[in-house]
Design a protein around this ligand. Structure first.
Ligand SMILES: CC(=O)SCCNC(=O)CCNC(=O)[C@H](O)C(C)(C)COP(=O)(O)OP(=O)(O)OC[C@H]1O[C@@H](n2cnc3c(N)ncnc32)[C@H](O)[C@@H]1OP(=O)(O)O
Length: 337
């Protein structure tokens, strides 16, 4: 297929400068678009810059791909840097860039919209407005994992004509109250840190707590079952170096206020599945400590459109959507066929 840039849509708002890279018949655009949104927890419309990546075969149907709250638009490689779902989004991969064009945004934060709280509906509206601005009449599919699955549901509820099918991994119509409780403590830690001038330390601790919910019991049992070690004047558990490392790495790339807003957005999420007519494939992980299979069974029962539920065995819990690429590839291929 010959790579050709699709023309920019005519919009009253001029796009900001964007970058094009054409390689092997693929088109890549990593850009920013100014859009007008009316946020759920705000009064009236306002304009916001939405950062997106849109890449793949130029004339192919668009597939929206969104991950968890800490995921960026860089779902696949751009300028030589691997994307966070590179194994599944690439030329010839399950989400095949030779056959489709993937669109992904950086999540909006509450500060981007000038509001106190941001909703999954706001993210969904941003994606719908972006489709419109790019001249995409209808997306072939919305593949969402974790918070991305929540936003996909909000998208299908609010813009049912803008998407043909949903693929939802480890995300449901509402958060489980126990998972919300764990996130609420994480946010409490970050607020305490902000109040006492220790935002980075607090964010690192919150991330450590989050990581204990992202993986499965089995994996933690296998990796960190060793004896405590007396070091630096106290006993250290085998898991502590790992958690501290994860906390430090997160602080390098994330901001405390953004974390607060996006974590809260998960807990504010609620959609009515009966309002969603879109054919859907749900994927759950039996070891997921955040999204219990019972919630996915309820979602399957209540969705209005035809829905299948695939359950994967994995030691990696909620992180299964990042780790189980071999199991996920055939499911994604089948769902997008
Ligand atoms: C609601 C939502 O947002 S859903 C999204 C939730 N999920 C996430 O945010 C993803 C969280 N998970 C991660 O970030 C994971 O690291 C993944 C999935 C990206 C990669 O998983 P894995 O490859 O299994 O990596 P793992 O969890 O073992 O971590 C590897 C890192 O820990 C380090 N590490 C591993 N064991 C130890 C240890 N005992 N001591 C210190 N550091 C350690 C490694 O050196 C490596 O460091 P690096 O990333 O700086 O290179």
């Amino acid at each position: 297929m010959t790579a050709q840039l699709q023309p920019l849509s005519t919009s009253s708002v001029a796009p900001l400068p964007w970058v094009d890279a054409r390689k092997g018949g693929l088109t890549s655009r990593r850009s920013t678009r100014q859009l007008v949104l009316s946020p759920k927890y705000g009064h009236g419309a306002r304009s916001v810059d939405v950062r997106y990546l849109w890449c793949g075969a130029a004339d192919a149907p668009t597939v929206i791909v969104q991950g968890g709250i800490s995921a960026s638009r860089d779902v696949t490689a751009f300028d030589g840097t691997e994307g966070w779902w590179q194994a599944l989004v690439d030329s010839g991969a399950a989400i095949d860039l030779d056959r489709c064009r993937v669109l992904s945004i950086d999540w909006l934060g509450a500060d981007d919209l000038g509001v106190e709280a941001i909703s999954s509906e706001d993210q969904a509206d941003a994606l719908a407005a972006l489709l419109d601005a790019l001249g995409i009449h209808r997306a072939h599919a919305f593949v969402g994992a974790s918070y991305g699955a929540m936003v996909a549901l909000a998208f299908a509820a609010r813009h049912p004509r803008a998407v043909d099918r949903l693929v939802l991994l480890a995300g449901a119509h509402r958060p489980h109250p126990l998972a919300s409780a764990q996130r609420s403590v994480q946010r409490g830690i970050v607020r305490l840190g902000l109040a006492h001038g220790q935002a980075d330390e607090a964010l690192a601790l919150a991330r450590q707590l989050a990581v204990t919910t992202y993986r499965g019991r089995e994996e933690f049992g296998r990796r960190f079952a060793g004896a405590p070690e007396f070091r630096g004047g106290r006993f250290r558990l085998p898991v502590e170096d790992y958690l501290e490392h994860q906390g430090r790495r997160f602080v390098e790339r994330f901001d405390a206020r953004r974390f607060l807003a996006l974590s809260e957005s998960i807990d504010l999420h609620e959609v009515t599945p009966e309002r969603i007519p879109t054919p859907s494939t749900l994927v759950g992980f039996a070891s997921d400590l955040l999204v219990p299979l019972a919630d996915l069974c309820e979602l399957q029962r209540r969705l209005h459109g035809p829905t299948t539920l695939e359950v994967l065995e994995s030691p990696y819990g909620h992180d299964g959507f990042l780790k189980e690429t071999h199991q996920l590839a055939p499911l994604l291929r089948a769902a997008l066929a």
